[in-house]
Design a protein around this ligand. Structure first.
Ligand SMILES: Cc1cc2nc3c(=O)[nH]c(=O)nc-3n(C[C@H](O)[C@H](O)[C@H](O)COP(=O)(O)OP(=O)(O)OC[C@H]3O[C@@H](n4cnc5c(N)ncnc54)[C@H](O)[C@@H]3O)c2cc1C
Length: 301
C-alpha cells in the first residue's frame, strides 16, 4: 500500500489487485515499530530504512495516521553474546544513545535508548487504504495466478505480493518465518522493549500491549500455540512484573515474507517491477522501497 500511496501522490492511475486487504494481511500481524531486523547484511537497506523513518516522522504529525514517535529500549543481557551491532549503521543520526550503567537493571550489560516510529496497524492501514480510495485508486479483491492475466491492460505491473511471489515468480528464495505474539490489555507509560537475543519485544499500543515473539523459519501455519504464548508472556513478566496485572486478551501469529535480499528491481524485458521479500522489516523498509519503485517507474515512462 505504501508503494501505491507514493505513486498516487504523483498522479498515476492505479489499480490494486489483492487476494486480501487489511485487516486480513500479514501487515496487520506486525508489531509494528520501526527497527532494522534481519536485513542487516543488505546494505541497500540503510537508505530504505532511513527514508522510511523520515516519512513516518512526517506522518506522525497527523494523529489520524496512528503513528507516534516512541522510546525504544534495546537491551543486551549479561552473559549473552552481542551480535555485531550492524543495526547502528541503519539508524538516522541522533536517533539513539547508549544508556549509562546506572540506568540499567543489574542483569543488563548494555542498553540503547532509541527514538522510533510506532505504526499502530489497526489505525494506520485503514488510514492508508482510505487515502488511496480518496485519490481514486481502484481496489479489486482477486488472486492473480499469472502476470499474463493482466498483460496489455496496464503500462506497468508492480508486484508487492510478499509470500505470494513464491508461486507468482517461482521464487524459492522467499520463505515464511512465523511470528507468534500474545496480547495484554493496554497500559500507559511503558517504552517499547526489545531483547533480540531472546527474542522478546513488548510494544504498548492503544488497543493492546503486543508481546512477541518467535522466529520460526519455514513454518507455514498461522496458528498460535498456548505453551509458546505462555513462555513469551513469562519472558515479559520477568522484565516488567507489573504486566502480570494486565489481562491476557488474545494472541496471533503471522508469516514474515523473508528473502535473503529484498527484491526491488525492474525485471528485464518485461513491464514488471518487483517489491517483495521484506521479512520482519516490512514497515521499516516500506517507504524507502516505495521511493525506489517510483524512481524505476519514472525511468520506464
Ligand atoms: C509477528 C510479526 C511481527 C512483525 N513486526 C514488525 C515490526 O515491528 N516492524 C516491521 O517493520 N515489520 C514487522 N513485521 C514484518 C511485516 O509485517 C512484513 O514485512 C510486512 O507486512 C510485509 O508487507 P507486504 O505488503 O510485503 O506483505 P503483506 O502485508 O502480506 O501484503 C501482501 C499482499 O499481497 C497479496 N497477494 C499475495 N499473493 C497474491 C496473489 N497471487 N494475487 C493477488 N494478491 C496477492 C496479499 O493478499 C496482500 O494483500 C512483522 C511480521 C510479523 C509476522
Amino acid at each position: 500500500m505504501s508503494t501505491a500511496f507514493l505513486l498516487a501522490q504523483k498522479n498515476h492511475q492505479i489499480t490494486i489487485y489483492a487476494k486480501a486487504f487489511t485487516p486480513n494481511i500479514t501487515s496487520n500481524r506486525a508489531a509494528a515499530f520501526w527497527f532494522p531486523y534481519h536485513i542487516r547484511n543488505d546494505r541497500r537497506g540503510i537508505s530504505w530504512c532511513q527514508k522510511s523513518y523520515d516519512y513516518y516522522i512526517q506522518l506522525a504529525q497527523q494523529s489520524e495516521t496512528g503513528i507516534s514517535i516512541r522510546q525504544l529500549v534495546k537491551v543486551l543481557r549479561k552473559g549473552v553474546e552481542e551480535e555485531e551491532p550492524i543495526w547502528i549503521d541503519f539508524m538516522p543520526q541522533g536517533s539513539y544513545r547508549i544508556m549509562a550503567s546506572d540506568e540499567l537493571p543489574s542483569n543488563i550489560a548494555k542498553g540503547y535508548d532509541v527514538k522510533v516510529p510506532l505504526m499502530e496497524t489497526q489505525i494506520f492501514l485503514p488510514y492508508l487504504q482510505q487515502q488511496l480510495q480518496q485519490k481514486g485508486v481502484k481496489l479489486i479483491e482477486k488472486e492473480i495466478k499469472n502476470f499474463n492475466e493482466l498483460a496489455g491492460d496496464y503500462d506497468i505491473l508492480i508486484n508487492c505480493s510478499a509470500l505470494g511471489s513464491r508461486k507468482l515468480c517461482n521464487d524459492d528464495k522467499v520463505i515464511p518465518v512465523k511470528g507468534q505474539v500474545g496480547l495484554l490489555s493496554p497500559r500507559n507509560n511503558l517504552p517499547i522493549y526489545l531483547d533480540n537475543e531472546k527474542p522478546l519485544y513488548i510494544v504498548p499500543r492503544k488497543d493492546a500491549i503486543i508481546v512477541g515473539g518467535t522466529y520460526e523459519e519455514r513454518v507455514e501455519t498461522e496458528t498460535t500455540e498456548p505453551a509458546t504464548i505462555e513462555r513469551i508472556l513469562n519472558n515479559a513478566y520477568e522484565v516488567f512484573p507489573e504486566l502480570k496485572q494486565q489481562e491476557v486478551i488474545g494472541s496471533w501469529a503471522g508469516l514474515r515474507p523473508y528473502r535473503p535480499e529484498v527484491r526491488v528491481e525492474h525485471e528485464e524485458g518485461t513491464n514488471i517491477i518487483h517489491n517483495y521479500g521484506h521479512g520482519g522489516s516490512g514497515f521499516t523498509l516500506s517507504f524507502g522501497c516505495a521511493e525506489e519503485v517510483a524512481a524505476i517507474v519514472d525511468q520506464l515512462n
